[in-house]
Design a protein around this ligand. Sequence first.
Ligand code: GDP
Ligand code: IMO
Ligand code: MG
Length: 423
Amino acid sequence: MAVTALVGAQWGDEGKGKIIDILAEKSDMVVRAQGGNNAGHTVVANGITYKLRLIPSGILYKNTVCVIGNGVVVDPAVILSEMADLTSKGIDVSRLKIDARAHVIFPYHIALDELGEKARGAGDIGTTKRGIGPCYMDKAERIGIRMCDLINPEVFKQKLERNVKFKNEIITKIYGGEPVSFEKILSDYNGYAAKLAPHVCDTSVLVYDAVKSGKNVLMEGAQGALLDLDVGTYPYVTSSHPISGGFCVGAGIGPTLIKDCIGIAKAYTTRVGKGPFPTELDDEIGERIRNVGAEFGTVTGRPRRCGWLDAVILRFAVRVNGLTGIALNKLDTLTGLEKLKVCVSYTKNGKTLKDFPSDISELEGCEPVYEEFDGWTEDISAAKSIKDLPKNAVAYLRAVEKFVDCKIKMVGVGPDRTQNFEI
Ligand code: GDP
Ligand code: IMO
Ligand code: MG
């Protein structure tokens, strides 16, 4: 049995897409289990850049089965456009399987995401406005419409009619927004259903059978540990579970099937959206990291907030995910900085905090305690092994391993699938 889980260890955008794509070469199946098209996973292969939002990053290898598990929220228009785009690039998408229990995103979810953010004003979360939160709200309220409903015309019509009526009351009477049209949604979504129906099945069975027959299965995380609905920086989080436990719920498998759990991190920290960020750099170093690292959102194009590596966060990620290793990306982005800093603890009101606070009001005002390292100037983007790295880069990696008490197993030195090596 060989299920390997890959999770974001920070606030998302750690380069999960690249690592999945690399590991997918030796995998039979890649599974997404949570989130939706709030995710943006970039894969650079053979000079072509692919930006995947819903489809697992294993799709570029022709024999890999790609699964969208029951825990994912699916916007049918988005997945169909992604499928069409991949097909136009010569990629066969018939290997894409979508769980019958996955919930469907509707225009009223997107409208409510936007209206909710607007109503929160300065207290907004900074969501991607893709309807993710409102769709998960319907799931928890038990009025959600699932893929199995979408492809069953009678059931679908009934449930949609009920929901549109209810949602339009909220949209117009609470928010003063424009109502959505039942007829238009019904006709658009019936069209989507016809195209998606051949892909819909019970993916829990598929994953279980694959594992039982000795196949290699990869779980592809979206977002990151600090965006987890339960253990993240609530309320500045997403509405699903990006930590490793989320794979069990969202793919319909038991925890004993997962053998390894690799946390993907950047050699520094970034965040999009609102919320506290202790090591954020509001200066020319932060600006430099953003420009050199091309830190702009894949989905929304928003500039990402940048800061030094935070080992308190990585220790938290090791703990809540049970990490067995770390893949550290974007070491190349730090090249040329004279001094590097890593946050090893926080101080607040004269007290030292070694563990990431569970309450963000405790996190507000935490001052990072840094250890400083000498940088390097050599171009490392062609490095193929740790032997090709300057000694200061190796010292940085080894120090990070020590601070977080977890082995770094892979290092990324560029966006291409070839710019990565095991250590
Ligand atoms: P994901 O959401 O975790 O898959 O990450 P994104 O794709 O949103 O953002 C990561 C960005 O960093 C993408 O543009 C990747 O192509 C790029 N990237 C990944 N690994 C590396 C690396 O080691 N070095 C550099 N320079 N870029 C990388
Ligand atoms: P990947 O998979 C970075 C953030 C949003 C916002 C918060 C809630 O590419 O790493 P949502 O639309 O989910 O309700 O927004 O979560 N967020 C991400 N940030 N990477 C992502 O995905 C994200 N998905 C959601 O910016 O702060
Ligand atoms: Mg991303």
